[in-house]
Write a protein that binds this ligand. Structure first.
Ligand code: ZN
Length: 251
């Protein structure tokens, strides 16, 4: 059984077909992660309508660029997250981004939102799903100040130094379909032990021009199996156990 622990299920035009395809290759659960303030309620709706979709809520670090009203909407977002604490399995997708967000004037507020989200994870005793692109050092420096059940680093492609820090601290790394072409993702797969790997599509993000879907994680599993020289079935069972540890609320 496969579980896609990071998908933006609310961004597909037609979700039914995506779910059917996923089931056909043995994907049985999908975690739909948050992004925009306005998308939070949509994620709750979509998970109510489809029993294999589980919500995670949070504000994505690139939202700072897309949404000029974000600061004034923050209390509203916090209220939705607190009110949904029984339903959600994680706080995410949250973090910092200094790669796609180059404008330094956004950084103080981006950090403030991230701190707010980390405090919520601590308060609600939920794991976090983290975006760290181009800001790996700052994110990794911030994390020890919070008591959070588990840390999941999504699509890690940063410097090896912080990959090593994450490994030492026992963080979980989720691998996307970019494993088929990205040397940085391959390095993550090689270095992280099988007890700390998870699978994700990050759909509908595109891979080599093709819209990402949860069904693609079957191929991600096969590629990891090849790179790590671990039989597919053994790896599938191991990753299932890892997923149970990090996201107990979806079981
Ligand atoms: Zn994402």
């Amino acid at each position: 059984m496969l579980i896609d622990i990071h998908c933006h299920a609310n961004l597909y035009l037609v979700i039914d077909e995506i779910i059917k395809e996923a089931k056909n290759v043995g994907v049985e659960k999908i975690v739909s992660v948050g992004m925009s303030v306005l998308g939070l309620e949509r994620i709750l709706e979509i998970s109510n309508a489809h029993n294999m979709i589980y919500p995670a809520l949070g504000i994505h670090p690139e939202e700072i660029k897309m949404n000029k009203k974000i600061e004034s909407q923050l209390d509203y977002a916090i209220a939705i997250i607190r009110n949904s604490k029984e339903k959600i399995c994680a706080i995410g997708e949250i973090g910092l981004d200094h790669h796609f967000v180059k404008e330094k004037e956004f950084y103080p507020l981006q950090k403030k939102i991230f701190e707010t989200m980390l405090s919520l994870a601590q308060e609600l005793e939920l794991p976090v799903n983290l975006h760290t692109k181009g800001a790996e050092k700052i994110v990794f420096d911030m994390l020890p100040s919070y008591k959070i059940p588990n840390v999941n680093i999504h699509w890690y492609s940063g410097p090896e130094e912080f990959l090593n820090t994450g490994i030492d601290r026992g963080y979980y790394f989720s691998i996307t379909p970019a494993i088929s072409y990205s040397p940085a993702v391959k390095k993550t797969v090689i270095k992280v032990d099988k007890e700390h790997l998870l699978l994700e599509s990050d759909g509908p993000v595109k891979y080599s021009g093709k819209i990402g879907t949860p069904a693609m994680i079957r191929e991600v599993l096969n590629t990891i199996s090849k790179f790590k020289e671990i039989p597919v079935e053994e790896l599938e069972n191991q990753i299932y156990e890892n997923t149970k540890k990090v996201f107990p609320k979806i079981f």
